[in-house]
Design a protein. Structure first.
Length: 215
């Protein structure tokens, strides 16, 4: 009954024409089950990945504004926990883990574009939440340090580093990575840490851009 109703929604003319429902063009019967045919570009995941790739190519070309737009477009297609309504019995967990990792990577890229365009103050709260949720993801701590330093809050930026270092050492017995350590050294020299990947963005104003580039 459900499949029949779905078939009518997907292709109303198929049932009216008296064609075999089992040979439905989008939801045919295959063996003891059903096959949902999805063409290239029809999945939101496909568009998400296309927009993410577009954003990174725009970023590599130095157009931070266009990159930011593409990243935001990608994230409108990926909300909440990927495959969160499915159980391990429906689909192995690593599929969801992979999609969640892709989603976080685009969030990180989008925040970097925000900071580059002078919106460091606006993303500080979001970054604090991300650091709390993903305490071992050093890139978010680095971005939070950048956002704080860019708004004149160097002491808070150093506190972020100290907390991140304690967490990393406690979890793995090792020091933070080179990028996070470099951010700390930049703040100690009263020089805002470099917003990695955004050295040549044309969209930021000269005044804003100069604040993020090493002197």
């Amino acid at each position: 009954m459900y499949v029949s109703g779905l078939r009518r929604v997907l292709d109303p003319g198929h049932s009216r024409d008296g064609r075999d429902a089992r040979r439905h063009p989008l939801l045919p019967t295959v063996g003891a089950g059903y096959l949902l045919r999805v063409g290239p570009g029809e999945l939101d995941l496909d568009e998400f990945r296309e927009q993410a790739a577009l954003g990174r190519s725009r970023l590599a070309a130095g157009d931070c504004r266009a990159a930011d737009h593409a990243f935001r477009r990608a994230l409108t297609l990926s909300r909440g926990t990927p495959l969160g309504d499915l159980t391990q019995a429906d689909l192995p967990g690593f599929y969801g883990d992979r999609l969640a990792e892709e989603q976080l990577a685009v969030v990180q890229d989008r925040i970097g574009a925000d900071i580059c365009q002078g919106r460091a103050r606006e993303v500080t709260g979001e970054l604090r939440e991300l650091c709390a949720r993903y305490p071992l993801r050093e890139a978010f701590h680095e971005q939070l340090m950048l956002a704080l330093a860019a708004t004149g809050r160097q002491t808070e930026a150093l506190e972020v580093y100290a907390e991140a270092r304690r967490t990393v050492v406690a979890a793995g017995g090792i020091e933070p990575g080179s990028a996070l350590q470099a951010a700390q050294q930049a703040v100690l020299r009263v020089r805002p840490p470099l917003n990695a990947g955004h050295e040549h963005c044309r969209s930021a104003s000269n005044d804003t851009q100069e604040r993020f580039l090493p002197r």
